[in-house]
Ligand binder design. Structure first.
Ligand code: PMP
Length: 404
């Protein structure tokens, strides 16, 4: 991969922060956007901005075509059919949609939903709301010290009461890649559907929903080199057809009268109101950009960066990595002695290095490790070994200052 050439696609990577060349290691929060994405959005607004689905005029038809093509592109990226892909505001919105509609149809008093100890709050709270509403029970698969799921416990938890397993593919805090194939196999053996939170997966791993046989999957455009405010929920058509609407409004109906409203088929049944047209077009541009590079090349580049970062970070005396799973992506959480992660983050920022600090929306995971938070460096294929060296130097400098 010609990294220097690729980096030219991302103007922000050539800027400075606090007088230093930017090292952007906050890709888990959001990735930077290539020109292909910003240009696709600009072209839409400058040349064919119009509302979709209900216009006969040329611009509206053009916008409708681009919006539906975007659906086909994003669906194709995960090997789904376009009608199985609902555009949402992001992963959070996708999971809330599923929790509401699946909960309403399938969850009853005493039923159980299984999540894990490493979930992002957006794969915890919607299920808590659902369980509260339906008087159901939320079960949590524990993890070991390395940040890996205890699969025996998971297997033991599955029962006739289990109605859904909702688990993250990749941990946003520790980078752990979960054994999703085993999870799906074990759940399906009990006829339990599985939803994967793939917010941290689809940008790193080639995901084929058909091959995985996963029932639902949520992901965000902005972590996939696309814009914010757009994401997707994949659902097997056989499931989506059974689910009631999430919100009511325009675009999600076939006919409306005061006596009876007939809802549209999926996916439009779940897309009430004017959608984020520019967002969908931008998300598709991000997906096309990734396809253009190749997820296999991205995975190889990121594997090399991961190994290098692990080796270099492990060599720092006094730095504790949180979560040391063998099967992992390019995301590293660490704590330094008794220092507060915010101080570490600020000292790195002064050196132009962007990392995230805090609980990363995984407070129960922080409780599991008895820590208030971590500093997290999350890498992308456009990062370099030189930038990892800048991080290591930055951490060493920060440690000296923190010791004073
Ligand atoms: N799940 C995981 C694993 C995440 O990393 C994130 C984003 N940090 C989310 C869910 C929520 O995504 P969004 O904020 O884009 O809705």
């Amino acid at each position: 991969m010609d990294i220097e050439k690729i980096r030219l696609d991302f103007p922000i990577l050539h800027t400075t922060v606090n007088g230093k060349p930017l090292v952007y290691f906050d890709n888990g929060a959001t990735t930077q956007k290539p020109l292909a994405v910003t240009r696709a959005i600009e072209t839409y607004y400058n040349t064919y901005n119009s509302n979709v689905h209900r216009g006969v005029h040329t611009l509206s038809q053009k916008a409708t075509m681009a919006y539906e093509e975007a659906r086909t592109t994003v669906a194709g990226f995960i090997n789904a059919q376009p009608e199985e892909l609902i555009f949402t505001k992001g992963t959070t919105d996708a999971i809330n949609l599923l929790a509401y509609t699946f909960g309403k149809k399938f969850i009853k008093e005493g039923d159980e939903i299984i999540i894990s100890a490493m979930e992002h709050h957006s794969n915890i709270v919607p299920w808590q709301l659902c369980c509260e509403e339906r008087k159901a029970v939320l079960k949590v698969v524990p993890i070991n010290e390395n940040g890996e799921l205890l699969m025996d416990e998971f297997e033991r938890m599955l029962s006739d009461k289990t109605k859904l397993v909702a688990i993250t593919y990749v941990s946003n805090t520790m980078g752990t890649i979960n054994p999703v194939r085993d999870i799906i196999r074990l759940a399906h053996a009990r006829k339990v559907p599985v939803m994967l939170d793939a917010a941290q997966a689809v940008q790193h791993i080639a995901v084929d929903v058909k091959e995985l046989d996963v029932d639902f999957m949520a992901f965000s455009g902005h972590k996939l080199y696309g814009p914010t405010g757009i994401g997707a929920l994949y659902g097997k058509l056989s499931w989506l057809e059974q689910l009631p609407p999430y919100q009511g409004g325009g675009d999600m109906i076939k006919t409306v009268s005061f006596d009876k409203t007939v809802y549209a088929d999926p996916p439009l049944r779940f897309e009430a109101g004017t959608p984020n047209i520019a967002g969908a077009i931008g998300m598709a541009a991000g997906v096309k950009y990734i396809i253009g590079i190749g997820l296999d090349k991205i995975a190889t580049t990121e594997r090399i960066l991961t190994e290098y970062a692990l080796e270099r970070l492990s060599s720092i005396d006094g730095l504790r990595l949180i979560g040391m799973a063998e099967h992992r992506g390019p995301t590293f959480s660490f704590v330094i002695g008794n220092s507060h992660p915010t101080d570490v983050g600020e000292l790195l920022d002064q050196q132009g290095i962007a990392v995230r600090t805090g609980h990363h929306c995984t407070q129960p995971l922080m409780d599991r490790y008895c820590i208030p938070g971590t500093a997290r460096a999350s890498l992308s294929f456009y990062n370099t070994p030189e930038e990892i060296e800048r991080l290591v130097d930055g951490i060493n400098k920060a440690m000296k200052l923190l010791k004073r």
